[in-house]
Structure formats: structure tokens, C-alpha cells
Write a protein that binds this ligand. Sequence first.
Ligand code: FPP
Length: 271
Amino acid sequence: MNTADLSYKVTSTEDEDKQTFLQKQGEIPKHIAVIMDGNGRWAKSRGSVRIFGHKAGVDSVRDITEACAQIGVKHLTLYAFSTENWGRPKGEVSALMRLLVQSLRDETRKLDENDIRLVSIGELDRLPPTCRQELEDAKELTAGNSRMTLCLALSYSGRWDICQAVKTISQKVKEGELLPDEISDELISGHLATSGFPDPDLIIRTSGEYRLSNFLLWQSAYSELFVTDIYWPDFRRDELYRAIESYQNRERRFGKVPSRMDVDESSVALH
Ligand code: FPP
């Protein structure tokens, strides 16, 4: 395959128009994080085994990565394997690990060709050695890229992330490197696995469940949530655009009042 074949192309003028419309209409979220759910149900609804759904899910990963890069998202984080997923049947876990290795082998050159940096968060020591190696190779190859960062959350959970940050911070306090009073929001954020990334602006969850499922618990404090009934293998760029449009129509207040109400109320009588 020659490298020119690997660069992202405009899929259709209609798609290009949708991207341009969203870019003009409002802010494109800098960081989108996705809870990819429903692979098993998608497969079951087709009378097939669960891994068939995970395999089909790789096509959605490819399309969403490409669309995010084209529209100008800077960080895309995908919840690919949670700490809790280790509790699934052995056969499903090993099939998922093989699928990850195969996907990295098949897709890394394309990511690199399109200036996408691959990173990962999670307890990577628990991954099988071939998987770790493939991931390391992909990260190394794409380390210098800057168009978008694709972050795979693997063997990840929000509570694990917070625990490992607390352990590091306590060690620093114990060694006198840090005073307890110096512990702040920013300091904690800087010790999480996502250190250096902006918090997710938008978290998308597929398959209709209204839960965070232990994903980016600290980082999601002010994320906008978008839940769709669509199963992950059917989630493609048009639904992504709907999520972005919904995000653009919301007013993010971060606990404050809307800007148009920003008046001095100290003199207003309460009765
Ligand atoms: C959740 O669906 C999905 C997963 C646990 C795995 C996600 C993996 C992929 C999309 C494929 C590989 C990913 C990459 C990044 C190459 P589920 O199995 O919980 O579905 P269910 O709730 O319907 O059972």
C-alpha cells in the first residue's frame, strides 16, 4: 500500500458541508471522550457471538477517529477496556486483547500518516506482553504528531487513576517534597494519568445507559454528557455530529450564573 492511500480524504461533499457547518456554528469540543458500549448487544441482536460486536466496533473507532481529526477535535479518549472488564470470561478478554494487537498493527501507520499521536492511560502492566509491546511501538512511532491525540483507556478506571495519584502525592508529602497545603485541584489533575490533557468537554456514551462506569471520574466534573441509544458498532460520524451540535447548543456555566445575568446583586432586597 502506498502511503498516499493512507491520508484521510473527504468522504463526501455532504460530510464536508456538515463539518464546515459545525465549525462555523460554534466551538468544536477540544476533548471528546467516549464510553463505547453495546458491542455485545449489537452482536446478540444479529444472533452472533460478542467478539463479532467488538470487531465491528473497530470500524466505528476508525470512522470516529478520522471524523474527529478532520473537524478539529484535539483530544479523543476512548474507553476501550476498563479495570472491571478483567472480570469478563477469559475467552472474551483474550479475544479483546488479540483484537487490540491486530488493530494497532493495522491502523498505526494510518494514524501516523495523518499526524495523530497515540497515547494510553491505565494499568498497562496488566496487559499481555504482546499487547504492551504493540502499544509501545505505536506510541513511539506517533510521538511527534500534533494534529490530534488519540488516547486509549486500557485497563483503566477513574478510581484506579485517583488512587495512583493519591499514592504519588502522599509519597511526595512523606519525603518532604510537598506540603499538604500545596495540594490543590491543579496539583491532583497533574498527577492523574491524563496529566497535560484538558478535561473532556464532551463525554459520549453509546447504547443508552446513563452511567459514567468509572471513567474519568475526576476529569468529568464539568463535562457535558451525551447519551445515544445507538450501539457502538453502529455509531458513526453522523451521530458524532449530532453530539457536537448538542454540545454547541448548551450553555456551560461551570457552576456560575449565565453571563447575561452577571450583574451586581449585592443591593437586591431578598423580600
Ligand atoms: C463495551 O461493549 C465495549 C468494550 C468493553 C470493548 C470496546 C472495544 C472495541 C470497540 C474494539 C477494540 C477497540 C480498539 C480501540 C481497537 P459491551 O461488550 O459491554 O457491550 P454490551 O454492554 O452490549 O454487552
